[in-house]
Design a protein around this ligand. Structure first.
Ligand SMILES: Nc1ncnc2c1ncn2[C@@H]1O[C@H](COP(=O)(O)OP(=O)(O)OP(=O)(O)O)[C@@H](O)[C@H]1O
Length: 268
């Protein structure tokens, strides 16, 4: 499959849209580390900082973006050729989850999945965006590899939890990105510690230093360490992401700080 789009003259050209500042692919070594939670909250943080943001849920088998961001609207036809992406909390989203019931399995093989991704890029009236985020499928299998190749202009953000078993697998994604000559924007360590609501003590239940070590190995940087919080999980389950539901929370401030770093990296 030919690479579909590329950055030219500082612009990433979609068929019906432009991305001004950056494409960001959010990757992880394995499922359940919080990749989709990070994608949504980072998109909302970028939006809070005045950026126009879109999300492509490229984890087509394992879609979860609509639930986490609280999206219930469906895409609409713009004309015979173009689809208008639904928007929630100021962020445009395309996900297979908007077209299929949440409990139905998508039993398509890779060429079909890539076809859907191509449609999300080609047939959607994105308009002018500053950032387009891709929530990749977890791991280093066929699908993440194919997608990374298609969007090789995207910077890769790797989400991991701190324990050795997780960071070792996540390092393989970093290694894959390097082999594809993709730019690794940084590492986000999620569920780094649990902070007691009552006494404020931090407990490093999954160990410490994994994200930092991985960043060093990949010659990249650890962008943040996010707390493990019941409210993050509850917010994701209920379509009320922490960045919207709890503007003052430590996690929200950390997502905004990461968004600022990514904007600063692009501006350089
Ligand atoms: N920092 C956190 N604190 C508490 N719960 C979290 C945190 N981050 C993620 N979760 C929860 O962990 C679960 C997995 O998160 P998420 O779906 O974002 O992971 P994922 O890496 O995208 O998984 P997959 O690749 O399998 O889709 C969800 O229930 C989510 O609410």
């Amino acid at each position: 499959m030919e690479k579909m789009y590329s950055v030219e003259d500082g612009w990433f050209k979609l068929e019906h849209g432009l991305v001004n500042e950056g494409l960001i692919a959010i990757a992880s070594g394995k499922g359940g580390v919080g990749k989709s939670t990070v994608t949504v909250n980072l998109a909302l943080a970028l939006h809070k900082l005045g950026r126009r943001v879109g999300i492509i849920d490229a984890d087509i088998h394992g879609f979860s973006i609509p639930r986490i961001i609280g999206l219930t609207d469906k895409p609409r036809a713009f004309n015979e050729k173009e689809i208008i992406p639904p928007e929630v909390n100021g962020v445009k989203v395309m996900s297979a989850g908007s077209m299929i019931a949440e409990n139905k399995a998508i039993i398509w093989r890779a060429p079909m999945l890539l076809g859907v991704l191509e449609q999300f890029m080609k047939d959607v009236h994105w308009g002018e965006l500053d950032y387009l985020l891709f929530d990749l499928p977890p791991g280093t299998g066929d699908m993440p590899l194919n997608i990374m190749q298609q969007i090789s202009d995207a910077g890769i953000l790797i989400v991991t939890t701190p324990q050795v078993a997780a960071t070792k697998v996540a390092s393989r994604v970093g290694s894959m990105a390097k082999q594809l000559d993709s730019d690794i924007l940084g590492i986000i360590e999620n569920m780094s510690y649990y902070q007691c609501d009552k006494c404020g003590d931090k407990e490093y239940i999954f160990g410490q230093g994994g994200g930092q070590k991985m960043a060093k190995e990949l010659d990249s940087k650890l962008l943040t360490q996010l707390p493990l919080m019941a409210t993050i999980r509850q917010g994701s389950d209920q379509g009320k992401p922490v960045v919207i539901a709890e503007p003052e929370a430590e996690a929200t401030q950390k997502f905004i700080a990461v968004a600022e770093k990514l904007i600063a990296q692009r501006a350089r």
